[in-house]
Write a protein that binds this ligand. Structure first.
Ligand code: FAD
Ligand code: NAG
Ligand code: NAG
Ligand code: NAG
Ligand code: NAG
Ligand code: NAG
Ligand code: NAG
Length: 502
């Protein structure tokens, strides 16, 4: 079995096929109107390319049936689309969704039944200014393509760890990256966003211009305020990284929990270092397996900071020197499942980690009996969120995620449950919610629960925007009222995490 087949971590996932009803409106007419107004790429269900775009969503739960996908190729196309959707009578009553890489896994995150989906897939170019070392990236790009392009300059950017993930969603949901310990979250590496507002106006949001909008875009999901058409990021000089995947037997879990506890406390003493520890199960694996990802972003081979991890026996590994693109290319989570995610954040306490490992195994054993379909994946992974990540972000003006409230070095916990059918998704979600209650109940009982949730890893039934804290929610609501006074992105575009629903 290839190592790729093992790797189901970092993932993200889905929500219940919940019963949200959208106005059917006159989306068929709206699609005709978009065509009539000069948009070149409008795909209705009868076009073969329509199915291609539907199946390009990572999670089956996000593969909905809009009346059409419309693909802009430029900022001016996006202006035309927004103007048509908002002002043309042909689109009155039509709801829309915005999609970049299509990796947010839950139903109604990035797609819509009986409406229009604005699909940014053709806006996937990257350019690099060799003087300022700023990369200008279109939101429909995949991170792998961005890294591959920047490699010729010996530069990279702090983006997603898996090559296939999209730029637009990842960057405005925070973004944990290999570089967080040096440069903060992905979004802390943004210098400027270009945004098309509901009015059709194109604005820049950065430290100098529209900085209230800039702040809320840094974690607060773009589709609350407009459509982001370009992301300018600070380049990072990059040659070789050292790292890869390390696979271990189930029996090593206790040593891994020890190593993780140590890592969380000492992570920021070694800024180039990054790890993800995952306990993973799939039918192919046949057993819980520890699948870890280690990275050293300056390319030191097996630096002493990794000693505790590397002392644990591995059954296989891909640890090596390679470019950022090379490292990202290895992280590939299979399509073809309904992906259910749940995330929380806890203090660095091994009692909590042990309880999480027990609950993961218990859920697995129950689901083997109750699920009825052996083809599922169930993983829990843990990622350090050192205080230094936040301090790195604050040094660049801060973001809207509210992690500055947390003084400690903490752990982000992510459950990923992948099943095949809507019916299994409903049941699996209910089971996962019970586990979630137990995890948070236990963490609370030892004073170890942290309010903040990482939006990029949140299930559709979670409320990550609220977890940023009341003050930040107020800022997001104020920016929504100021930049979208008619609430177009709250009322006419309901997919995604919305400030009006937080
Ligand atoms: C295999 C895999 C690996 C991952 N690895 C990581 C990781 O290492 N670190 C991490 O932090 N997260 C990771 N994630 C989570 C990932 O960041 C989120 O799923 C993110 O939403 C994906 O971005 P996207 O562009 O593909 O998403 P999409 O689903 O296209 O978009 C997500 C949301 O953002 C909105 N949006 C997207 N683009 C725009 C835009 N231009 N303007 C306005 N709104 C927009 C959409 O409407 C939607 O609500 C991973 C996910 C997967 C599946
Ligand atoms: C919307 O259309 C679908 C079929 O395309 C139909 O099943 C559904 O009932 C309609 N919803 C409303 C609210 O009219
Ligand atoms: C789509 O195809 C079906 C069957 O081939 C046909 O009945 C229908 O009229 C077509 N719709 C459009 C909008 O072309
Ligand atoms: C952009 O998308 C097009 C269409 O899918 C694809 O052919 C092209 O290779 C992509 N470009 C990059 C840089 O990924
Ligand atoms: C990139 O780095 C290599 C050495 O690692 C060097 O040979 C090459 O000239 C550099 N390229 C650029 C564009 O700086
Ligand atoms: C799973 O791994 C454990 C620890 O190595 C082992 O004891 C057990 O027999 C394995 N179970 C299966 C079904 O392979
Ligand atoms: C967080 O970790 C750093 C070292 O990585 C340490 O210096 C600091 O004291 C820790 N913070 C807390 C609150 O424990």
């Amino acid at each position: 079995m290839s190592i790729k087949a093992y790797v189901s971590f970092f993932a993200i996932s889905a929500a219940v096929a919940h019963a949200q009803t959208f106005t059917n409106g006159t989306a068929g007419t709206c699609c005709d109107t978009l065509l009539a107004n000069g948009l070149q790429h409008v795909y209705t269900p009868n076009d073969t390319f329509y199915q291609t775009r539907t199946s390009s969503y990572w999670s089956l739960a996000a593969q909905l049936h809009p009346n059409c996908y419309v693909q802009p190729t430029s900022t001016s196309d996006v202006v035309l689309i927004v103007d048509t959707l908002v002002k043309d009578p042909g689109c009155a009553g039509t709801q829309f969704a915005v999609r970049a890489g299509g990796h947010m896994p839950w139903t109604n995150a990035n797609n819509i039944d009986n409406g229009v989906t604005v699909d940014l897939g053709l806006m996937n170019k990257t350019t690099f200014d060799e003087t300022s070392h700023v990369a200008s990236i279109q939101p429909g790009s995949r991170w792998g393509a961005v890294y591959q392009y920047l490699e010729q300059f010996n530069y990279t950017v702090a983006g997603g760890r898996a090559f296939d993930v999209g730029v637009g969603g990842f960057i405005m949901g925070g973004g944990n990256t290999f570089f967080a310990n040096r440069f903060g979250f992905g979004v802390d590496n943004v210098k400027n966003f270009e945004v098309v507002l509901a009015s059709g106006e194109v604005v820049n949001a950065n430290q100098e211009e529209n900085n209230d909008l800039f702040l809320v875009l840094k974690g607060g999901v773009g589709s609350n305020y407009g459509i982001i058409t370009r992301v300018d990021m600070y380049g990072i000089e990059s040659h070789q990284l050292w790292g890869g995947i390390a696979i271990h037997d189930k029996s090593t879990r206790p040593q891994h929990l020890e190593a993780h506890t140590y890592w969380v406390e000492h992570d920021s003493e070694y800024p180039p270092g990054s790890t993800v520890m995952a306990f993973t199960y799939s039918k192919a694996l046949g057993n819980i397996t520890v699948v870890n990802f280690y990275q050293d972003t300056v390319g030191t081979v097996a630096a002493p900071a990794f000693d505790k991890w590397l002392a644990i026996p591995r059954t296989s590994e891909t640890l090596r020197l390679g470019s950022h693109f090379n490292m990202a290319s290895e992280i590939d989570i299979p399509y073809g499942y309904r992906q259910i995610l749940w995330t929380t954040t806890v203090r660095n306490d091994i009692r909590i980690y042990k309880r999480i490992a027990e609950l993961h195994e218990q859920l697995l054993e129950e689901w083997k009996v109750e699920g009825g379909d052996p083809d599922f994946n169930l993983e829990v992974n843990m990622q350090a969120i050192a205080r230094s990540f936040t301090d790195n972000g604050l040094a660049r003006g801060g973001n809207i995620m509210g992690l500055d409230r947390v003084q400690d070095n903490v752990t982000m916990v992510l459950f990923i449950f992948a099943v095949k059918t809507p019916e299994l998704e409903v049941r699996a979600t209910e089971k996962l919610k019970l586990v979630a209650e137990q995890v948070e109940g236990f963490a609370s009982s030892v004073d170890g629960l942290v309010e903040w949730k990482h939006l990029n890893y949140a299930g559709g039934f979670q409320d990550p925007l609220k977890s940023y804290g009341a003050e930040n929610l107020e800022k997001m609501k104020a920016a929504s009222a100021k930049y979208d006074p008619d609430s177009v992105f709250q009322m006419k575009s309901t997919p995604g995490f919305k400030v009006s629903k937080a």
